[in-house]
Design a protein around this ligand. Sequence first.
Ligand code: NAD
Length: 333
Amino acid sequence: KPVGWAILGLGGYAQNQIMPAFAHCDHSRIVALISGHTDKLKRVGDRYGVPEKSRYLYETMDAIRDNSEIEAVYVITPPATHPEFAVRAAKAGKHVCSEKPMAPTPADCRRMIDACRKAGRLLQIGYRSHYETHNMRAIQACRSGELGHIKSIRSDHGFNMPGGTWRTQRALAGGGSMMDIGIYSLQALRYLSGEEPVEVTAKITNPPNDDRFRDVEDTVDFTLRFPSGLIGHGTSGYSWQPGKNRYEVVGDKHTLVSEPATSYGGNTLTLDGNPFPVTANDQFAAQIDHFSQCIRNHTKVRTPGEEGLRDIRIVQALYESARTGRPVRMRAS
Ligand code: NAD
């Protein structure tokens, strides 16, 4: 029987990417909606055939406890709201998937991890690239030695962010481009190298006279020094036109480039400039179905809360480096 999911937060990503992907899932189905808006509950509920009794407002969502059809809750709201919603879902006895970035601070992330652990429920972070075939193939190529010894690795992610949304408010977003899109550069450097940084540096550049960057940062240039000596170079930006979405791994035998690397679709890989064909998949459905199978089979989640926490610790260290102008050593967690 497919796992029943409640979708919490009916914004752009939920309605345009996540909900349509359930049509391609074998192990998951939408059984409930949780929103702040009655009109959206009606409109989206009617479209997806969710019965009225399974449509909840945030104020009334604790009643999901009594709805045994709901096994997992997918939290797709601004990052600073993830902890409260995740904790409430876990307390109601549900497994939790939270969008990235997991939460503004490591303490928030730990609160989410602890709540799920205490409730005996699983926690997944929506790191879709881990379930996308080009990225999975790139990880294999980097880790198996196919490229030879890795000499250099870099990743760049940026776009032109429209103002006037939660993304420009630190209190809701937890930070600027680094939290939202730079996390893809950070993730790529970590999952391609297979290493965790021991020291990080970052510099932040904000354009003058751009209202979008009163409260959150625009461009971040950062480095991660890994235990092997490899240095990962990353960038992140919110005022980039055209955008960037790529990584490049230089080995002493071959060079692997992915561009776009972490888009919703159309990702590509090249090896020494030649196409490196990979069969595309629906990464959203793959991520959702993976979690459902973990729930059914009691298996380990590929991108658990601990993975989200690792990123948030590093992002905090990057912000500290940018603030102090000094490298920041990562303490063992
Ligand atoms: P959005 O602005 O389109 O939607 C946000 C939704 O959250 C809205 O429906 C809004 O009503 C609701 N919401 C609940 N509490 C809120 C509050 N206190 N303030 C403002 N809105 C509130 O944003 P989005 O692009 O759908 O992003 C939602 C989440 O999904 C974020 O965590 C974001 O980082 C993540 N996201 C992930 C990906 C990905 O590729 N994995 C892509 C886009 C967004």
